[in-house]
Write a protein that binds this ligand. Structure first.
Ligand SMILES: [Mn+2]
Length: 554
């Protein structure tokens, strides 16, 4: 998806780089915090369904010691410790002395509530990402409180009480024992006790985002009374976003999964459709009907098979006139069929001139033979998302004008990708993109060669009205608190998505380009060495690869 080029610049947040010690401990260098691995009191996961997948009920998804697929109790504990360190450092900076460090801190993060489409019909539940980032809990009506006199490093989780009458309708809840076993947290209370516990903590500084509470009812009942006692409230979001911006190796693995699903890969040649999976907690057995292969080990063996084919398979169904709705449905199907939880946002499936409406999501028009389609889509893979755009001719063959425009955008996209490295900001890549697009506009003869640089840049802004990219992670437009003028750091994930759009009624551009819109978008993890890691690299992108994908059998 796209973001406009200009946003209010927000204060850059000091990042805490992460260090992994060779001893097996994890250390946060800014406060010298270390969390020893293997020091957990492992609680037995209850042998029943919880409010989210557990190693007992979903061993094909999640291992013992993990809270959500691929993310361990240790990872979540380290995130909370790093937040505590960041708050301590931030409080000292704010007060200009160590006085603030002596005062008590209370951190409050609420989950989302269930939201309703109408009456009692819920939307699919989507967790508050900051709460998910710090706890791994996927249930609504929950909360995390952290507290401490210098570092708020002690955590209490609040969960909905088990209730057979509600569980009959809404499904099982984890309860206190389930949540404690899953997260490894010692203190888990019922959510009704939130206000009482907050009152007992008597925080000097409350780190909480109260202007737009994530959960209005919990805010009103439990948190507002605390704020009304005169406690100093400070926004937590800039701190959580600064932590979320830099992905751990485990997060990068999950994002690779989302990228693979959205993109494509044919490395194994296995035509995999998830069919019947028989799976028992004590005796794992997976049966894939189409190739008869059986696995008797953990999900790791399967993730390599969750190669994505969504874009490639979607390109392959296009043969002349085609309904945008069919392309949408095919893309959605392929993403889910290859391991995505759901699409990360309503995809743009824009045929012909509709590609010039940047957030076109009606997806209900017939694309004519000879036109291109722009598909901007992504999926969510256990809390992490992809966001990829490709543009291709629905009859499988670029016309001369389409190819010229496509290759102009591709050249700029490749140049912007190569700039994606530590120390360079998204804003810098954006200004480079405008310069490169301006050059392409001259070469395409949209602008006369005599056009001066200022006019050419102005034209580039007009024909590409969006920014070059945005941060990516748990959200499509991830960590919006972070300025795009911030230098990129290893572990950050961004999109690179230049485009050129010529409306059919724009008489200022050559007639042959009118009604064409091209965007090419990849997902990238910034690496210290070796250039950017392109998560969506297997999605067909050159003219040859796109045309080949379009001619594949369905
Ligand atoms: Mn995007």
């Amino acid at each position: 998806m796209l973001q406009p080029p200009s946003r209010l610049l927000k204060a850059a947040v000091q990042f805490v780089s992460r260090t992994r010690l060779s001893s097996g401990a994890f250390r946060c260098p800014c406060r010298n915090v270390s969390v020893k691995t293997g020091g957990w009191k492992t609680k037995k996961v209850p042998q029943r369904y919880l409010g989210q997948p557990s190693p007992y009920t979903h061993p094909h998804l999640i291992k013992y010691g993990e809270v959500t697929p691929g993310l361990t109790q240790m990872e979540f504990e380290l995130r909370r410790q790093r937040l505590a360190s960041l708050i301590e450092a931030h409080a000292e900076r704010l007060s200009g002395s160590s006085r603030a460090a002596d005062s008590a801190h209370v951190v409050i993060v609420l989950s989302h509530p269930i939201r309703y489409m109408t009456n009692d019909i819920p939307y699919p539940f989507h967790q508050n990402q900051d709460f998910l980032y710090l706890t791994g809990i996927l249930e609504p009506d929950s909360a995390l409180v952290m507290f401490g006199s210098r570092r708020p490093d002690q955590a209490i989780l609040f969960m909905p009480r088990r209730d057979p009458a509600r569980e009959l309708w809404d499904g099982p809840r984890s309860g206190r024992d389930g949540a404690a076993a899953l997260t490894g947290l010692e203190r888990v209370h019922c959510i009704e006790e939130l206000g009482m516990v907050l009152k007992s903590l008597k925080g000097g500084t409350v780190w909480y985002d109260g202007s737009q509470p994530c959960h209005p009812r919990l805010h009103q009942t439990h948190v507002r009374p605390l704020l009304e006692t005169g406690a100093v409230a400070r926004s937590l979001r800039p701190l959580t976003h600064s932590l979320r911006a830099i992905k751990s190796p485990a997060e990068v693995e999950l994002m690779k999964g989302a990228g693979r699903i959205t993109a494509q890969s044919n490395a194994t040649g296995v035509e995999m459709m998830p069919c019947f999976v028989t799976c028992w907690p004590d005796k794992l057995k997976y049966t894939w009907l189409d190739n008869g292969a059986q696995f008797s080990d953990h999900a790791d063996h399967l993730t390599v098979l969750f190669f994505s084919k969504a874009f490639k398979k979607t390109m392959a169904i296009c043969r002349g006139d085609i309904d945008e709705a069919l392309i949408y449905a095919k893309f959605d199907f392929e993403c889910r069929a290859h391991g995505a939880n759901f699409l990360a946002y309503p995809p743009v499936v824009a045929g012909g001139n509709r590609a010039n409406t940047l957030h076109y999501i009606n997806n209900n028009q017939i694309i004519k033979d000879g036109e291109m389609v722009l598909l901007d889509g992504g999926c969510e893979h256990y809390g992490y998302v992809s966001d990829v755009t490709r543009t291709w001719p629905v009859n499988g063959k670029f016309s001369e004008a389409q190819r010229e425009l496509y290759e102009a955008v591709l050249e700029v996209q490749l140049a912007c990708l190569s700039l994606s490295s530590p120390g360079v900001s998204l804003d810098h890549i954006y200004s480079t993109m405008l310069t490169l697009l301006a050059k392409q506009l001259r070469e395409l003869r949209v602008l006369p060669h005599s056009a001066n640089d200022a006019d050419a840049i102005k034209a580039a802004r007009r024909y590409c009205p969006h920014h070059v990219g945005h941060y990516l992670g748990m959200d499509v437009h991830d960590t919006p608190e972070l300025s795009r003028s911030q230098p990129l750091q290893p572990g950050m994930a961004v999109t690179i998505e230049p485009g050129l759009y010529f409306s059919e009624d724009d008489e200022s551009c050559p007639e042959r380009f009118r009604g064409l819109g091209v965007r090419i978008e990849d997902d990238v993890v910034i690496q210290e060495h070796g250039g950017p890691l392109i998560l969506s690299e297997n999605t067909p992108k050159t003219v040859l690869d796109v045309e080949t994908a379009c001619t594949q059998t369905k």
